[in-house]
Design a binder for this molecule. Structure first.
Ligand code: GLY
Ligand code: MN
Ligand code: MN
Length: 434
């Protein structure tokens, strides 16, 4: 693996915390993700199931975790099932985890080859006093899954094989656990943010009129991979000029011209943990006065947002507060006027023409991380703060995005070292040697 070892204590503690949430007489089963096919005999890069990873640290396909805390034989209270390495696999795909390696990563002592799953599972389910079977599904509130996951296939199989057990959902429990980050997770996310910073500084030195958006993308990925990241935390958005206002612009194919802004929503992953950064920079190294005026309005809202996103706050109420601040800034920028305010409705508020997304989401093993968005903001949770103003008629838009850990007395900005002041951005861009 490319990253430093995470340490098995983290995964041991995560499993212990999950087990404490299971009802007595339970078994829990979690599956890895599939390797997704592309075309012909091609496959996409592997993305592990975040819950399985959180509980084991195993980044390998065809892996399963079974927790059966009440099982009489201690040896089978937690079992990790793995794909068995063989000579042919070794020749084509390289190294697969040995039992010893998997035990060292996860802290799970009983590692069994996956071919032995059904027999051992039957034993555990029938001999362990098991009444409830906890299974996993993707319950992210914005998930839209059109392919059947390994977990979903397992649910079908398990319910058919054992129809009279009581079935329960793991997803809400995992959301509750993963919502609050452990210190080790914050360290890994800090590392993802630091790698992102290196990529951004490289880009500040590199950008000049005439550069293609995809050349900027290449600068980022070079720096990320060089520093031990597997790559982008999400499909990068390198949006110049009119593309600034398209929230999910990912084509990255346009040439950047003097006078344009480039909105960079780009970040690195590290050890499967994600950063999520946005900066908006001028192609020529100088903002126009109007661009700077809008930039500073967004920056003011971002700073206010950090003060408002505090323990005990409910996200949707915070969003309402941000929208009020946004309304005031848009009035000052003369983008909306008093008549617009008078004529607005709850369904169609005046600000929405220029600010059309949420200000924050939780961040972690998933970029839009799991956890109940209606629950009060928790100490130790990690959030993005990402206001934006997008002015189609003026041909530019600005978003700024940092990642913060919610602290008791005050929040901690994981991106405090990444330049964000307009003057600082200009200074770095103009001090470069071209
Ligand atoms: N990069 C995705 C987001 O900002 O939510
Ligand atoms: Mn982002
Ligand atoms: Mn984000």
């Amino acid at each position: 693996m490319r990253h430093e070892p995470i340490g098995k204590e983290f995964f041991i503690s995560n499993r212990r915390r999950l087990v404490s949430k299971l009802k007595p007489g339970s078994i829990a089963v979690l599956n890895s993700n599939d390797i997704m096919p592309s075309n012909a005999d091609g496959t996409l890069g592997y993305i592990q199931n975040s819950d399985l990873y959180y509980l084991t640290g195993i980044h390998q396909e065809e892996s399963m975790l079974v927790l059966c805390p009440g099982f009489p034989d201690k040896k089978y209270r937690e079992v990790l099932f793995l794909r068995e390495p063989n000579e042919l696999l070794e020749k084509w795909e390289g190294h697969k985890l040995t039992k010893k390696e998997a035990a060292d990563i996860s802290g799970i002592e009983t590692v069994v080859w996956i071919s032995g799953f059904e027999k051992l599972f039957h034993h555990m389910l029938t001999m362990g006093g098991v009444e409830q079977v906890y299974l996993n599904t993707n319950e992210h509130y914005r998930s839209d899954v059109v392919v059947q996951s390994r977990d979903a296939r397992f649910i079908d199989w398990c319910k058919k094989a054992y129809p009279l057990h009581e079935y329960k959902r793991i997803a809400p429990l995992m959301g509750e656990l993963r919502r609050v980050k452990q210190p080790r997770e914050v360290e890994l996310m800090q590392k993802a943010c630091d790698i992102t910073e290196c990529g951004f500084r490289r880009v500040l030195e590199y950008v000049r009129p005439g550069v293609m958006e995809y050349e900027i993308e290449a600068e980022f990925i070079h720096e990320f991979k060089r520093l031990g990241s597997k790559g982008f935390a999400y499909t990068p958005i390198i949006a110049s000029g009119a593309n600034n206002v398209i929230l999910h612009y990912v084509e990255n194919s346009r040439q950047c011209h003097a006078g344009d802004l480039i909105l960079l929503d780009v970040a690195a992953e590290y050890a499967n943990y994600n950063a999520d950064m946005t900066r908006t920079i001028p192609v020529s190294g100088r903002f126009t006065p109007r661009q700077k005026e809008v930039y500073n309005a967004v920056l003011r809202i971002k700073r206010q947002a950090m003060k408002l996103l505090r323990p005990g706050v409910v996200y949707f109420e915070y969003q309402n507060e941000i929208e009020k601040l946004m309304e005031a800034e848009l009035l000052k920028l003369k983008l909306i006027n008093k008549t617009d305010i008078k004529n607005q409705s709850a369904e169609s508020p005046a600000f929405r023409r220029y600010f059309y997304h949420g200000t924050s989401h939780m961040l972690g093993l998933d970029v839009h991380d799991v956890g109940n968005m209606h629950a009060k903001v928790a100490v130790g949770s990690v959030w993005t703060i990402e206001p934006g103003i997008y002015i189609k008629e003026e041909g530019f838009g600005i978003r700024l995005e940092n990642n913060v850990v919610i602290g008791k007395a005050k929040s901690f900005d994981l991106m405090s070292n990444i330049p964000i002041e307009a003057d600082e951005i200009e200074e770095i861009m103009n001090s470069k040697k071209k």
